[in-house]
Design a protein around this ligand. Structure first.
Ligand code: FPP
Length: 222
């Protein structure tokens, strides 16, 4: 049975979910947050030590202003309203990505959430936000300077101190990585689901975990 330390999620399909119901893309994002909440709870229940959500990519800035502002407001409201709950549940919030591009209110909320939950031990929830794997790799390479080795390079990634994901789950029907954790996913088990993110349930997660546990992970050995 494989040990499970880290599950990463590409939460695709919110926009389509909302549109399909005639309520617009932003309604899908609103529902998507509910799924995030449920999945964090299910992960705690399953004793998964680390989970990572791809919240906003460096490419998502190209979306319409109204959608971006809606997503930012969702994030800001969620972490303002829920912070007490987050602390109580023992969740440690960790940010992967560049916060500088955001307005000061969201920057402050996220930095505060990370600071207030720094010592929490039950689960680490990484939020990849304004995250792009190619940018991450370039900045890590620049920082590594002349002493290039896998170890030195990994020390300069946003994911320093984190084990690589054991499982990647992408909902929404596409089988691609979309500039997410390209270095860190080298030996990750990949699961692609047709379901849209708002329809993803703890039961779906448990099924994937059970499948994962039985996979022969040989990392190129025999
Ligand atoms: C991808 O679906 C989803 C996003 C780019 C945004 C995800 C963000 C949230 C659910 C908010 C997270 C909030 C917290 C509190 C962590 P899509 O819009 O690409 O869907 P589509 O493929 O149907 O267009």
């Amino acid at each position: 049975m494989n040990k499970l330390c880290h599950v990463a999620f590409i939460m695709d399909g919110n926009g389509r979910w909302g549109k399909k119901r005639g309520k617009g893309r932003n309604f899908g994002h609103l529902k998507g947050v509910e799924t995030v909440k449920k999945i964090v709870g299910a992960s705690i229940k399953s004793k998964i030590p680390i989970i990572t959500f791809y919240v906003f990519s460096s490419e998502n800035w190209e979306r319409p202003k109204n959608e971006k502002n809606y997503i930012f407001k969702l994030i800001n409201t969620y972490f303002t309203k829920e912070i007490k709950n987050i602390i109580k549940q023992g969740i440690k919030i960790n940010i992967l990505g560049e916060l500088n591009k955001f307005s000061s209110d969201i920057k402050l909320t996220l930095k505060k959430s990370a600071k207030l939950t720094k010592k929490n031990k039950k689960i680490v929830v990484n939020l990849a936000i304004n995250y792009g794997s190619k940018n991450e790799i370039i900045q890590a390479l620049k920082k590594t300077k002349k002493n290039i080795s896998i170890k030195n390079f990994e020390r300069n990634l946003y994911t320093k101190n984190l084990p690589n994901p054991d499982i990647l789950i992408r909902t929404g029907g596409y089988q691609r990585l979309s500039n997410f954790l390209l270095w860190q996913l080298a030996y990750t088990e990949l699961f692609f689901l047709k379901k849209l993110w708002p329809d993803f349930t703890p039961k779906d997660l448990f099924k994937i975990i059970n499948k994962y546990k039985k996979i022969n992970r040989n990392y190129g050995k025999i």
